[in-house]
Structure formats: structure tokens, C-alpha cells
Design a protein around this ligand. Structure first.
Ligand code: ZN
Length: 84
């Protein structure tokens, strides 16, 4: 028998999203309603080593997450919950 546990959350339950630099461990936290842009570099690492992503898929994915989360948090009647 396999037992699985999930953490369920409404979008409004998400109070902060943390992006962590894989190189130095610096954490950049954003409230979904106030997250206006995806950082292009780590504030702690020197350029160019501090680049957190290339101009490719990572940036587009994070920006999509930012935009979707921002809209979902503002919705008073979401049609979904998030499970982890
Ligand atoms: Zn860093």
C-alpha cells in the first residue's frame, strides 16, 4: 500500500514566492500581488555569474508563473486549488 500526502492550498493561501540563487543561496521573496517582474540576476552574485537564467525557457516559465499567480490570488472564487 502506498500512502501519499498532499498539501492543498487556495491561490490566496500563497503569501510569498521565494526564488533562490542556486549559486550562493540568496533568497528573493515576492508577494504574489506585488510581484511585478522576474529578476534577471542575483543581487548577491557578481555579473555575469549572477545571471539567474538565460533569455530562454526559464525566464518565460517564471514570468508565466508570476502572471498566473498574480491573477489567481486576486480571484475571489478560484476554480482550482493547488496541491503539492
Ligand atoms: Zn547568487
Amino acid at each position: 500500500m502506498t500512502v501519499e500526502r498532499y498539501l492543498s492550498a487556495s491561490p490566496k493561501d500563497i503569501k510569498k514566492v521565494a526564488l533562490v540563487c542556486k549559486k550562493c543561496g540568496a533568497v528573493m521573496g515576492y508577494r504574489p500581488t506585488e510581484w511585478k517582474h522576474v529578476p534577471t540576476k542575483c543581487p548577491n552574485c557578481p555579473i555575469p555569474d549572477g545571471e539567474m537564467h538565460s533569455a530562454g525557457a526559464d525566464y518565460a516559465s517564471l514570468d508565466g508563473l508570476r502572471e498566473t499567480l498574480s491573477k489567481a490570488v486576486k480571484n475571489d472564487n478560484p476554480l482550482f486549488e493547488i496541491r503539492f
